[in-house]
Ligand binder design. Structure first.
Ligand code: GAR
Length: 211
């Protein structure tokens, strides 16, 4: 019997997670809802991902991520990009805050700002991002809408190391989602987010293990 596309993609993640000499010290950067932050925090609570979230940095006042961080008992700092004269000035403050909290892995979880070499050089090779497409397809804004408009049959999400160009850099992990004929951007986005929440904690562990 033919297997369905859904059974052929997104196989189970490996069952064993690496332990490190000490928990990975994460700094999470977010702009919006914060569901990926929560997925990472829950994975840590379940003792799967051997890490701790030292600080959450967000840039939009009133973003859902602030409420989630409070509920999870995580320190959160608002750095409103509108109050900085340049991208570099914002990134310089971000670097300062991350270093002050002893962060060694920077986790961009719905951070919707371009970053500069100020951040990238300060945490070389230790910045991860998640994006709702199978990169290198559909970088940038409205990735799910882009995928639907292109008529792809398989969509998904990608965790990658961060380089200067938006949504670019070596891929750490991907998960695929089959596109149904009835899908809207909202329904497809929702299924992709389930996969994001599944792979991001695992990808952090894998990236740290590979380093
Ligand atoms: C996620 O879908 C993530 O892939 C996307 O923002 C969303 C944040 O959701 N990131 C990008 O598009 C980066 N280019 P969340 O705030 O609920 O975690």
């Amino acid at each position: 019997m033919l297997e369905t596309a859904a059974a052929l993609i997104s196989p189970p993640l490996p069952g064993t997670w690496p332990r490190f000499e000490s928990p990975l010290r994460l700094g999470v950067m977010a702009s919006g809802n914060g569901s990926n932050l929560e997925a990472i925090a829950r994975s840590i609570q379940r003792d799967e991902l051997h890490a701790e979230i030292r600080v959450v940095i967000y840039n939009n006042p009133g973003a859902g991520v602030a409420e989630r961080a409070a509920r999870l008992g995580l320190p959160a700092v608002l750095l409103n990009h509108r109050h900085y004269p340049s991208r570099e000035a914002l990134d310089s403050d971000i670097v300062h805050r991350l270093q002050a909290h002893g962060v060694d892995w920077v986790i961009m979880a719905g951070w919707m700002r371009c970053v500069t070499t100020v951040l990238i050089d300060a945490f070389a090779g230790q910045i991860l991002n998640i994006h709702p497409s199978l990169l290198p397809s559909f970088p940038g804004l409205r990735a799910v809408e882009q995928a639907l408009a292109a008529g792809v049959r398989v969509a998904g999400c990608t965790v990658h190391q961060v380089e200067l160009a938006v949504d670019s850099g070596p891929v750490i992990m991907q998960a695929a989602v089959s596109v149904e004929p009835t899908d809207t951007a909202a329904t497809l986005q929702a299924r992709i987010q389930v996969q994001e929440h599944r792979i991001y904690p695992a990808a952090i562990a894998l990236a740290a293990e590979l380093t």
